[in-house]
Unconditional design. Structure first.
Length: 635
């Protein structure tokens, strides 16, 4: 009966549920897990972040038996219950040449399927899986122990070439894709490769979770605005605390926490070392269960980190954005209009570039789902037909007709006229002039937003000279309804910039007035029907003061509320997230996208609900590239 029960489980998935019985051990029973786990918080400036990585996990070695896979799951379930985000450095192909052993995560065998099922269940519990080499070995060495890339002392026999490294990571990424596992980061086996080989890793992943990347020692994570041949920049996250190899290492690591300084509390751990703290038994129904000793090294470390004020976070919530794909040599000139929105085929996300001089319109639809792999064609170029516009026209993007594609509302600042150009899927068709019905239109600055929450984009105009805004709501019959001007003192002045977005999550776009000199951000909340706006005061003070920052409003973490982000020409992006009542500063990302003449954008390109970073920048040869950094911020 027991054997039949376990066989049935392995055909479906390996589930291990925990029943806490008190004392100094946890009891885990094979069956259905009902534990929701504690929700791990995203890092704020008050949080001391800590990171945990499970090292050298692969389809073989210490994880070759069914019982070892059960125990691996027990570890993941424990971390999930404790609200501890964890990372899994996965070796996709395990090779032991002396034994003739060669298994990949994509093999169609009973064991490989069980192993892959375990990894995917760990993913569902919050595990973030990274690529840890291809085989983590070379020659006659076994996986996990051997060196894979070139090192003059440890591994001088493999080619010291970019092509060799590129082939290995390409094969590894291919196995991840065949197995259906998201490649979250790259970790070089034993942190060892040559300077010639590191670009091969960077051109596939913008997140390096390792020490000594490019042979540089770092104590904390860093962003490099590196101008690679086919990519821009990468993030490196180290593990300054190292790992636990011997019994005494636990106490040594805990003592290090008192002297870390600015170093990141990040370590890695080989999960098979926990197996000797798990005891297998059977209950009266013949079901297997495991008793997990709470005195194990992992239990002790998790408790000690928390006692010392550390909070375990994911590498994603730590770094916030990950440099992703590049589109090279786009036909762009300084002064061209650039917008992001649902401009692609079937309403896909993309970037619209309007060459004002030649009146050429192109849409670059973003087709990549994730930041890795980077060595793919991530953009589909669409040359679209468009209306003939005045060269100084201002373009507003929004769904003005309710067809789930973004149209253009074109404002001519010289005449004060508005023209609607509807998105036909293959271009923009002029629908003639429209009148929002707001007098004094020539001196204003327009912006678009859905202020009444009906799914149609409306238009607002800002008159900084008189300190007022006017709202014109788009109706279902295609006309704008005129609304009165609203005068508010803090809207006055050329240093005031208005941004639209749903800042409190009620599905109506609000308005925030940013004073670029004082750094005050005053929010106007849209009322019922979008016909009035209630001042909600300052949501953040003295942020972005001095006029050196470009402000954007966008939902950065996908929680349905619009956040703020500032960009400086030095490539720094500062984030303040809305909690519905205020903007909470979340820190700085960068330098990435530093440029004196480049065009920055913030928009959701991959359709995951989180807005990403875009920079169109001039190259040394005089052309222009478009680079993307995807948001991985937690909700």
């Amino acid at each position: 009966m027991v054997a039949l029960h376990l066989r049935k489980l392995t055909l479906l998935a390996v589930w291990v549920a925990a029943l806490f019985l008190g004392g100094c051990a946890d009891t885990y029973v094979i069956g259905e897990s009902k534990a929701a786990g504690k929700a791990p918080p995203g890092p704020s400036m008050a949080v001391k972040p800590a990171l945990l990585r499970l090292e050298d996990v692969g389809p073989g070695g210490p994880y070759e038996s069914e019982e070892s896979l059960h125990k691996l799951y027990v570890i993941a379930d424990y971390l999930h219950r404790e609200g501890v985000p964890f990372h899994i450095s996965l070796i996709p192909r395990m090779v032991v040449p002396k034994k003739g052993y060669d298994v990949t995560i994509a093999d169609d065998t009973a064991y490989a399927r069980r192993f892959l099922s375990t990894i995917k269940q760990m993913e569902k519990m919050g595990g973030i899986v990274g690529v840890h080499g291809y085989t983590h070995q070379s020659g006659r060495d076994p996986s996990g122990w051997g060196f894979e890339f070139y090192d003059p002392l440890e591994n001088p026999v493999v080619p010291n070439t970019l092509e060799y490294a590129r082939d290995r990571i390409d094969r590894a990424i291919s196995l991840f894709q065949r197995a259906g596992i998201t490649p979250a980061y790259w970790e070089t086996p034993h942190y060892t490769a040559s300077l010639r080989q590191y670009p091969a890793f960077e051109e596939q992943s913008g997140l390096m979770y390792e020490n000594r990347h490019r042979l540089e020692m770092a104590g904390n994570y860093r962003v490099s605005d590196y101008p690679g041949g086919s990519y821009r920049g990468f993030v490196t996250v180290p593990t300054p605390l190292g790992c636990v190899d011997r019994d005494g290492d636990v106490e040594k690591m805990i003592k290090k926490l008192d002297h870390l300084g600015n170093d990141l509390a990040s370590f890695f751990y080989h999960p098979f070392r926990e197996f000797r703290y798990m005891y297998k038994d059977y209950n009266a129904r013949g079901e297997v269960y495991y008793i997990y000793d709470q005195k194990s090294p992992l239990h002790v470390l998790v408790s000690a980190f928390r006692e010392k004020g550390y909070t375990f976070v994911s590498v994603y919530s730590l770094v916030r954005f990950i440099p992703a794909h590049r589109l090279e040599a786009i036909p762009f000139r300084e002064g061209d209009a650039v917008l992001a929105g649902r401009f692609g085929s079937e309403g896909g996300k993309g970037v619209l570039v309007w060459n004002r001089r030649e009146n050429q319109w192109r849409v670059y639809e973003y087709t990549a789902a994730w930041h890795s792999p980077r060595r793919i064609t991530a953009f589909a170029e669409l040359r679209v037909g468009s209306p003939d516009l005045e060269k100084d026209a201002v373009l507003l993007a929004g769904d003005f007709n309710g067809d789930k594609r973004d149209d253009l509302l074109v404002f001519n600042p010289r005449s004060g006229a508005f023209q609607l150009a509807e998105n036909t899927g293959g271009g923009f068709a002029a629908r003639g002039r429209v009148s929002p019905g707001l007098e004094g239109i020539k001196s204003v600055i327009p912006l678009a937003g859905d202020f009444n929450g009906d799914g149609l984009a409306d238009v607002a105009v800002h008159d900084p000279e008189k300190g007022r805004i006017g709202i014109a709501l788009r109706s279902e019959n295609g006309v704008f309804k005129r609304n009165r001007w609203i005068s508010i003192d803090h809207l006055k002045g050329n240093n005031v910039r208005l941004l639209a977005g749903d800042f409190n999550g009620d599905r109506r776009d609000d308005i925030v007035a940013c004073n670029t000199v004082s750094g005050d951000w005053k929010v106007l909340l849209a009322g019922p029907g979008g016909k009035s706006f209630a001042p909600a005061g300052n949501w953040i003070d003295r942020w972005g003061a001095g006029g050196a920052w470009l402000p954007f409003a966008a939902d950065l973490n996908g929680d349905g509320k619009c956040d703020l982000i500032l960009y400086s020409r030095l490539g720094h992006w500062q984030v303040a997230v809305s909690d519905g009542q205020r903007f909470v500063w979340q820190g700085d990302f960068g330098p990435w996208g530093s440029s004196q003449k480049g065009v920055p954008l913030v928009a959701d390109l991959n359709g995951d609900g989180r807005s990403d970073l875009v920079i169109i920048d001039e190259t040394r040869s005089g052309g222009y590239n478009l680079d993307v950094a995807l948001s991985v911020m937690d909700r």
